[in-house]
Design a binder for this molecule. Structure first.
Ligand SMILES: NC(=O)c1ccc[n+]([C@@H]2O[C@H](COP(=O)([O-])OP(=O)(O)OC[C@H]3O[C@@H](n4cnc5c(N)ncnc54)[C@H](O)[C@@H]3O)[C@@H](O)[C@H]2O)c1
Length: 354
């Protein structure tokens, strides 16, 4: 059987997970790579035994041997690369966020519609085993109607700098980098209700705290301590058309004791904590029960979830399996993320037409 030939565009940090997961999938191979930085592309191609190193995006798009593309570049280049790839007849897995704004997201959606090709958004948390298990309980009605969710992804020190801290290339700070994951996983588990209104705040009080000594944190390859144009904290209350609400707070840096990751969902029949560890909360025989599922990955496991994400994409391209993170979800997420920035900038509640 013919394997899916994939080209990875953007060979930075996250590309490692793409290389590894495609190579572990017996139906796909990483056939080629392309990066602005020829040196980085060469290094990764050698490391992973990749046949082809392209000199330009056009060369990738014109190569009939390439069936699918993983877009692992800066956020401001996702839309352009994705649309051109779809127009050249390639399937696309695009890293989160789908784009920098809603207008770009809608153009991508239009290109998907015209192309007859598959597009999956890199909402990797949907593919965690703990998420899949919880979703199966939610689908059986165990939580009833989910009317409130709460998500926190707080770093006390962790502005990666480089393009992540350059609003022009990233579109924003912790909200667009970390918030996108926890908002998406809540929204997905809540049944993907349409957004109705958003109140939000962003803060730029602490900067990137490049002064901190004796405590290490991840820094982008092009880290420059003098450059930072993104928020250090964002919080938001998102209300949906079905009356449900989601409260979220995310930071690159905050005066807090330790990093925190929490995802909680509350329904009419039960509740659940997805992170830091899957627990379900129920009531039976006039007694409250905390239920601890016995599964291999009770917390988000990056490698496991990534493998599931890539396996799902490959199956969609080769075997017409439904796309688990489709373009319309990427569009709705861009509405939410840009709505949060707008509500914060304009210091008012932002509402959406139904
Ligand atoms: N799914 C996840 O959990 C996850 C985690 C980290 C990053 N990401 C996403 O992956 C993307 C890349 O992040 P990263 O951490 O790998 O960044 P990175 O800075 O480590 O790598 C980005 C690479 O893309 C290259 N590049 C940028 N624009 C390009 C273009 N138009 N053409 C060719 N090459 C280009 C750069 O030269 C660089 O090598 C971002 O969209 C980010 O949001 C997702």
């Amino acid at each position: 059987m013919k394997k899916l030939n994939v080209c990875i565009i953007g060979t930075g940090s996250i590309s490692d997970m793409h290389f590894q997961s495609y190579q572990n999938n017996s139906n796909s191979i990483v056939y080629g790579v392309y990066d602005y930085s020829r040196e980085r592309a060469l290094e990764k191609a050698n490391e992973h035994g990749v046949e082809k190193i392209y000199h330009s995006l056009e060369e990738v798009f014109n190569d009939d041997k390439v069936d699918a593309i993983s877009v692992c570049t800066w956020n401001n280049t996702h839309a352009d690369i994705t649309i051109k790839a779809l127009n050249s007849g390639k399937h696309v897995l695009v890293e989160k966020p789908l784009s920098k704004n809603v207008e770009e997201a809608l153009r991508i959606e239009e290109a998907v519609g015209k192309s007859n090709k598959k597009l999956q958004v890199g909402f990797v948390r949907r593919f965690g085993t703990n998420t899949k298990v919880l979703k199966s309980f939610i689908d059986k009605g165990k939580l009833g109607e989910i009317y409130y969710a709460k998500a926190s992804c707080l770093r006390r020190l962790g502005n990666p700098g480089g393009w992540f801290a350059d609003k022009e290339r990233s579109g924003g700070g912790p909200l667009i980098d970390l918030g996108v994951h926890v908002i998406d996983v809540c929204w997905y588990l809540m049944g993907r209700p349409r957004v109705k209104s958003i109140s939000a705040n962003t803060y730029h009080h602490l900067g990137n705290r490049a002064n901190i000594e004796n405590l290490s944190f991840y820094k982008a390859a092009d880290y420059d301590k003098e450059k930072n144009s993104v928020e250090d904290l964002a919080n938001a209350l998102i209300t949906f058309e079905n009356g449900a609400s989601l409260f979220v707070d995310v930071s690159f840096t905050l005066h807090t004791q330790k990093d925190e990751l929490q995802v909680k969902l509350h329904g009419t029949k039960g509740g659940a904590e997805l992170e830091p560890e899957l627990i379900m909360i129920s009531e039976e025989n006039d007694t409250i029960l905390n239920i601890h599922p016995q599964i291999d990955h009770v917390s988000f496991d990056f490698a496991n979830a990534f493998q599931n994400e890539i396996d799902s994409f490959v199956s969609s391209c080769l075997f017409e399996k439904p796309i688990m993170a489709p373009v319309e979800d990427g569009v709705e997420m861009m509405k939410i993320l840009t709505g949060i920035y707008k509500a914060s900038e304009e210091k008012r509640e932002v509402t959406f037409l139904s």
